[in-house]
Design a protein. Structure first.
Length: 321
């Protein structure tokens, strides 16, 4: 499905005993730029991004391969205080990932103080016995001289194996970060084919792209209460023999009042979400897309184990094997 959808990576590398490979996670508080950084490294959008916290809900595996070896990135939800079962799922996903990987990249912003959320993450990391790289993201937002005090401040809290300032948005120092990660990965065979970029089903990627556009378009009080369900995904040929993918999807919300806002006056908001999402989906599939959106109300779905499972957030996925 991935190859048919045009999702490919950075080219093949032959098996070699000098290759390194392993699993790496980005952790940090919500909205620190984890998904943006992962997308920058991979070179295309896999994890959705927005300026709203808690955008990522599932652990998302993406793969970067070059002549040095292979990095399997496991993106996680931001570590935060859970307010419902969905929140608990997100926190458990993040904390489970820390136990499973070879290298941890801890993302922070270049701020001159350590808040409560950062302090809690640092306390968790003090008990971790594996390489930890401090990644100071968003350095494009401050002056260069403002980064050094941030480095000194975090050095006093924890002995990091590496400290790398980056800008996920414009790519500054991202190559340095990749080099640092490879330094701490073990030697070994690749886990995925060299042209693989993600293990996520195409249905999930499409659902997340639609949810991303809803996050951008809707008011602040609605996005955390929405999910997206793909009802139909089918490729066909048009009369002129060109491929097109038909997609039917439903945006799930928790309140009747939210349904009206998502649809908008005369359907304008839903049309805007659909137009923006279709543009992104067509880039992923490399073909025309016929996207139809509906809106349904499922009250308090974020506190329903059954509905969470239906929308792709299954607690069994986080259980120990």
């Amino acid at each position: 499905m991935l190859a048919a959808s045009g999702i490919t990576g950075n080219g093949a590398t032959a098996n070699n005993e000098n290759l390194k490979s392993g699993f790496v996670t980005f952790i940090g508080r919500p909205n620190v730029g984890k998904s943006t950084l992962m997308n920058n490294i991979i070179g295309q959008k896999i994890a959705i991004t927005s300026n709203k916290p808690q955008t990522t809900r599932n652990r998302i595996q993406t793969v970067y391969t070059d002549e040095r070896g292979q990095i399997v990135f496991v993106d996680t939800p931001g570590i935060h205080k859970a307010k419902n079962k969905l929140g608990e799922y997100m926190v458990n996903a993040a904390e489970r990932t820390i136990k499973d990987v070879d290298v941890i990249c801890y993302l922070v912003e270049p701020k001159a103080f350590i808040g409560e959320a950062e302090s809690k993450i640092l306390e968790r990391l003090k008990n971790v016995k594996k390489p930890i790289i401090l990644v100071i993201n968003k350095i494009d937002m401050v002056k260069k001289e403002e980064v050094l005090p941030v480095i000194d401040m975090y050095r006093k809290e924890l002995e990091f194996d590496e400290i790398v300032p980056v800008s996920a948005r414009n790519g500054n120092n991202v190559e340095d970060l990749k080099e640092a990660i490879f330094d701490y990965l073990p030697y070994g065979p690749m886990y995925y084919d060299a042209d693989t970029v993600t293990d996520q089903p195409m249905r999930q990627i499409i659902a997340e792209l639609i949810r991303e556009k809803a996050l951008y378009c809707l008011e602040d009080e609605i996005p955390h209460g929405i999910a997206v369900e793909i009802n139909m995904l089918k490729e066909r040929q048009t009369t002129n023999k060109k491929p097109i993918t038909d997609i039917d999807a439903t945006i799930i919300c928790e309140r009747d009042s939210h349904k009206g806002i998502i649809i908008g006056k005369g359907g304008n908001m839903l049309k805007r979400i659909g137009t923006d999402a279709r543009f992104e989906i067509e880039k992923q599939l490399e073909m025309k897309v016929n996207l139809k959106l509906w809106v349904k109300v499922k009250k308090e779905w974020r506190d329903s184990d059954i509905l969470m499972k239906n929308f792709g957030y299954d607690k069994k996925d986080l259980a120990d094997n």
